[in-house]
Every structure is written in structure tokens, then in C-alpha cells.
Design a protein around this ligand. Sequence first.
Ligand code: ADP
Length: 538
Amino acid sequence: MLGLMQDYPLLVQTILDHAALNHGNREMVTRSIEGPIRRRNYRDLRIRALRVAKALQKEGIALGDRIATMAWNTDRHVEVWYGVMGLGAISHTVNPRLFVEQLVYIMNHAEDKILFVDLTFVPLVEAIAAKIPSIKKYIILTDETHMPETSLPNAHAYETWLAASDADFDWSSFDENTAAGLCYTSGTTGKPKGVLYSHRSNVLHSLMCNQPDVLGVDSRDNVLPIVPMFHANAWAITFAIPAAGASLIMPGAGMDGKSIYDLLESEKVTASAAVPTVWLGLLQHLADNDLKLPYLRRVLIGGAACPRMMIETLENKYDCEVIHGWGMTEMSPIGTTGKLNYATQHLQGKDKINLKLKQGRTPYLVEMKIVDDEHNDLPRDGKTSGHLLVRGPAVSSGYYKHDEKVLDENGWFNTGDIANIDELGYMQITDRDKDVIKSGGEWISSIEIENTALGCDGVAEAAVIGVAHPKWTERPLLIIVRKPDSEVNREDILAYLDGKIAKWWLPEAVEFIDEIPHTATGKIQKMKLREKFDGYKF
Ligand code: ADP
């Protein structure tokens, strides 16, 4: 017998409807690409998103068409993405930090029809436009006054294009499983793969993000998503925050410490989210200028392991709660968050920081487990490491136009991460499965050595790779980038690590380089480092 409740499809445009109706005066503040701060509210934003949908329909765009954006976090980007999705088309957020060949590959693969592009990226797009024939129109996210000279064919100023349509439009209605967004993984191995979100997965994921143990904001918060919309939906924030009725503060292209600090202050931001590198920039700016963070209450840090020093400084010096998060594009992307719970809330000092270094617990609607190489379940004892598998309504079941089977027979998705899970459900990533170091039949966590080494004075960045060893199969090689003016050496670093990690984990050698290569989403490119140190002899 079926229940007698309404069959109400979970469509993302209902988020904007809710925000406009119930939190209509809540502001959306943008550091515009042109320079000045721009203010709108959710009511205006919805009207503009409806106009986008109507204008796209006039262009002949229909259900299932892919519309690309190459843009920073701004109000215009948000209204385009709701307009596209509310029409039933698919919003393809292109990461401009991908390599040029990857950009060409993904836009051809997606067969995008229109590209909305920020002023910043016009030169980049001009250089590749001839290689992406599916794009018939370029809409530059600016007004006529700031329209650049461009070689792009059929290029239009966004505000002029938008002005030709009114908001007399009803959102399309369709099945909640309809595709809403497309985001390609950065493709550290092989070609980038398209993760295709649905309306249903996005709505459920937004509700997940708004659980108190995840980001947990409410309608009094002012939230600054520094993580870009092209990086896995800005970690759900551009859906979850309007749903919560909180104010959205958009940083535009200003990712440096000063620009971020200025917005945190002027807009009294209470919550924010970004990868560790961005926080490093902010912390430096605060220290250099002897500044405080009076309004910021919590920050979500993820995408890469959050260093100990960052948690300590933000929590102890700036009284700002760090929520360490883990996830991946294929998970929409939130997988776990590390807030304290009933059993850990009394932890103090080092014990608290140690717990916060773990990637955290799953919210409702994410399941996870660890298994061994033979796929046997492993215990949640906080010690045993295994392959981390996940499932849930916001986890991928496949890739766009790709035959590869990604789920096992019970619907579990292999994250490619190696982790342990403790009795309370706190998960700790110890490695990527391709980065784990196999020494004498045991696994060494490259991430833990890296994090520990980062605490040593003079170390700016650390990476550990496994190098072939005649007796132990592999041993860790620690690669260091020194801070400017630092002369920290091998002995200093090894002495620092001694006693902080297991003796047999101590790196076999330490090498110093000027720069560590990163992927488009800010992760260390271990593959590049392995190539660089190929054939290394201890
Ligand atoms: P994201 O949008 O989170 O960067 P990606 O799909 O680009 O997603 O990368 C996901 C991978 O990033 C994870 O599988 C994991 O290896 C790594 N990662 C993400 N967050 C963390 C974290 N807090 N600690 C360690 N690794 C992380």
C-alpha cells in the first residue's frame, strides 16, 4: 500500500522560490568582477533568474541542453545557474583552472551550446573558441559599458541580453530525477569524467548540508562561500544557503587574504568555506596586520587535509570553530564533517585538535564503510585502514556518456581513498589508494607525515611519495618546499618528526624543491612528483 502524501518533485528552483518568498529581503552581496560591491536580495535574484530562463528559451534551449559557465562566485553566476536549471537545462560549471586541453575536451564532451563567461576568462576562451564548435553564443557576464573588445564570435553583454526578456515565465516542471548540473572531475589520472547531478540529489544534498552537524547555518547567518561554484557546486552552499534563508556573500575574483578579510569584516560574515590554501592566505594577512575575526564563528575546511596549525590558530587565536570536511565531486560533494558530538564535546587542547584532524562523521543520507582488498568489511576501531566506500542519494551512479561501472553489486561507490573509522563514526583519511606507501607489507600514511611535517618551522609545503626499496618494497620520500628565507634542513625536519609519527614511518630521505605541482582543485599532483623522482635511490 502506498502512502497518501503529495508527489512533490524535489526541484532546485523551489529553493529560490522559497528564499524569495520567505527571506526576500535577505541580501546577496557580490564583489563584482568590474570592482564595486553589488547588492541584491533573493526577491530580485529570483526575478533575474526567471528572466534568464525565459531568455534561454527564446534561444531555443530546452530540457537536457548543456549550458556552460566559466565564472567566479557572483550573483550573476547564481542567477544563471538557477535560470538554466529551472528551465530543465543542465548547468555545466567549467573549472577555468583546468589545463587548456582538458577545457577543450570537456566542453566538446558536454556539447555545450552557450557559454556564460566572466571578464577575467575572456582571453582564455578566445584562445580555445575555434576548438569548441558546439558553442553558438558567448555571453559575457558584464554590462555594455564594460564590454571588452573580443574576437569571440556572437558575443553579447549579459545585461543587454537579459534586458530583452521579462520575468513573465513559469519554471518548467519535470521529473525530480532530471539532470540539473554537470561538473567534471579534475582528471589527475586519465580524462576528466562528468559527474551529472540531478534536481533530487541537489535538493537532498542541500538539506543534508543544512543539518546542524554539517554547516548548520540558519536565517541569521551571513555566509561567504570562497570555494568556487565550479568546484563541486561550491560544496552545496549556493543551494543550501538560500534554502536556509541566510545571506550569501560572493567573493568574485578576490581570493587573496586581504580581499577575503575585507568582506568578512564589512559584511559581518558568520560562516565560510574554502580549501586550506585560501585559509593560509587569510591567516597570513591577519598575522601581518594584527587583525581579529570578531564576526566569523565557523569555517568549513576541506578538499584536502586541513593542517594542524590551521585548526589550532583559527580555534585558539581567533575563536573560530573549524569544521574539517571531506568529500568529492562524485558525492555532490559532502561526505563527512568533523564537528564535536556528545562524546567528544568536552575534549580540550591537543585531544580536541587531534579529533578535529579527522575528516569527521557522515550526516544522515551518506553511508560509508571500509573494506580490505578482498572487499571484506573492516571494523570501526579507529586503527584498521581500508578502502573507503560510500552510498547515498547524492552519490554518483555513473559518469556522463561513460560506460564504466562505478558501483558494486550492493550499490557502493569506491572513493579511491584509504581511511579508518572509529567507534564514534569519525573517519580519518590516511591516503589515496594510489598514494599509499606499502612498506614491509604494512601501509604508511603519506597524509599523516605531510601534516606533521607542516608543523616544523620553515616548512611551507610537504609531500610524501613512496619510492621503490629493495628490502621494504617502498619507503617514504619527503619532499619539502621551504618558506621564503628559511634554511630548514633534513636533520631539523627528521628531528622534528621523531616521536610524532611511528618510528618506521620516518622518511628515508628528504628532498627540497622550489614548488610542488597542484591540480586544478588545489591538490598535490603526486603523479608529477613520482615522475620527477622516478628511479630515485636512497
Ligand atoms: P573536492 O571537490 O572535495 O576537491 P575532488 O573530487 O576534486 O573533490 O577530490 C576529492 C578527493 O579529495 C577525495 O577523494 C580526497 O582524496 C581528497 N579530499 C577531500 N577532502 C579531503 C580532506 N579533508 N582530507 C583529505 N583529503 C581530502
